[in-house]
Design a protein around this ligand. Structure first.
Ligand SMILES: Nc1ncnc2c1ncn2[C@@H]1O[C@H](COP(=O)(O)OP(=O)(O)OP(=O)(O)O)[C@@H](O)[C@H]1O
Ligand SMILES: [Mg+2]
Length: 401
């Protein structure tokens, strides 16, 4: 696994070298740093601001750490805590740290590459046995409006459902989301209703606000009124994504045409990114900006899936020009098809209405593409778990027994 896309909370005791810890984390990673003594007083606020995927607690003084570890662990049981300890760890300390809820104890100082490796393992270990593997999450992106993001999200979900999988679409186009319309679903309960519902957010609660589609796909629909969008916060979205990844086979996120905070949160939480562009100069220019923006956020352009919609349109742009502009070939070409707007008007997908058409086939190919990616990721995760199980003679990372 890599640390890319993970949000860190780093709590530093007095005298700890924060720069060395920062150097072990990806340069673009969101890192929220706070003083350990401050965390002891303001933990709820710090956790709310940081919305961490992992917490690193670093100090030379074990007494100052134990209470903080226990506090994080009880408030955010899904957030792995790695303890970075600058003193000499006796058995009593290690046991106390694990009992308080730490995932790993890493003895400082460490070269930054080894520290990064130890942190990766702490996260992988927590995600592995205790949480089970999280399902792939695919963010469907496109900085320009009307390129076919919603079309892609809905058809991908239905194609995966047709193959016997359980996908869920999350519509985070919070003001103008139209997944419900495209799938012919009535939005009797939406993500807004979930956000304002009383009680703790857990998997059962989320399930109550998900709408079923006849294909077997599910959808968490966008608010029905634009003014409801504000109720859906970033930290809420992060939790919803994680809960859905634990419940479904695929989480597909339909996004608005912008790199808004919700979209960035979805990108950060996703395992896969799918960029949808159209074959015209303006759209391709925006797609190129999308690729560049994601590259600046730390995502390798080669790892994106690129869908080129209306790819057969005769506008004087050759395939070679597209590759030159984007710096890579598209993965999936979707032709223009008059049956698509007709199907949408009827609240149907082209995969249901005309599965053998060029567009229907293209979306089935996209589903196959992600099934293969999921298989590869599963095989890699299994081999990592095996390697970890067989690891002996660890030099510095002390494992929970
Ligand atoms: N390949 C195609 N052939 C014919 N019509 C298409 C095709 N792709 C998209 N359309 C039409 O373009 C419209 C916009 O598509 P869609 O809603 O999926 O775009 P979007 O990227 O989600 O837009 P927004 O950015 O506004 O959310 C749809 O109503 C659909 O009818
Ligand atoms: Mg849309």
């Amino acid at each position: 696994m890599s640390l890319t896309g993970i949000r860190f909370l780093v709590l530093l005791g007095d005298g700890v070298d924060g720069a060395a810890i920062r150097a072990a984390l990806p340069p673009t990673a969101p890192v929220h740093t706070a003083a350990l003594h401050d965390a002891a007083l303001r933990m709820p606020v710090i956790l709310e601001e940081a919305a961490p995927d992992v917490a690193l607690v670093a100090s030379d003084d074990l007494n100052s750490m134990i209470g903080v570890i226990r506090d994080i662990s009880s408030r955010e049981p899904n957030v792995p805590i790695a303890v970075l300890f600058g003193g000499s760890p006796d058995n009593g300390f290690v046991g106390a740290a694990f009992e308080a809820g730490a995932e790993d104890v890493i003895v400082l100082p460490q070269p930054s590459d080894e520290l990064a490796f130890a942190i990766e393992k702490a996260i992988a270990r927590r995600r592995g046995p205790s949480q089970g593997a999280l399902a792939p999450m695919i963010a469907i992106l496109g900085p320009k409006g009307g390129t076919g993001k919603t079309l892609t999200a809905c058809n991908l979900a239905v194609a995966l459902a047709n193959l016997g999988h359980r996908p869920v679409i999350v519509d985070i186009d919070l003001q103008f989301g139209d997944v419900g319309l495209a799938l012919g679903l009535r939005p009797t309960k939406t993500i807004y209703d979930l956000a304002v519902a009383a009680g703790d957010l857990d998997a059962d609660k989320v399930e109550n606000f998900v709408t079923q589609h006849s294909s077997g796909a599910s959808a968490l629909l966008a608010p029905t009124r634009p003014d409801h969008a504000a109720a859906v916060t970033i930290s809420f979205l992060r939790k919803v994504f994680e809960l859905l990844r634990g419940q479904y086979d695929f989480v597909i996120v339909d996004t608005p045409p912008a790199f808004s905070p919700e979209v960035i949160a979805a990108v950060d939480s996703s395992s896969h990114l799918c960029l949808v562009g159209m074959l015209d100069v303006l759209s391709l220019k925006d797609t190129k900006i999308g690729v560049e923006t994601l590259a600046r956020m730390g995502y390798d352009p080669a790892e994106l899936t690129v869908v080129l919609n209306r790819a057969d349109t005769s506008v004087g742009i050759a395939q070679g020009d597209v590759e030159l502009l984007l710096g890579r070939a598209p993965d999936i070409l979707v032709p223009s098809d008059r049956a698509i707007p007709k199907a949408i008007t009827a609240g149907k997908t082209i995969v249901e209405e005309e599965p053998k058409s060029g567009a229907g086939q293209a979306f089935s190919d996209l589903a196959d593409h992600y099934l293969k990616e999921a298989e590869t990721a599963q095989a890699a995760a299994a081999s990592t778990t095996e390697q970890q199980a067989g690891t002996t003679g660890r030099r510095f990372a002390l494992r929970r027994r």
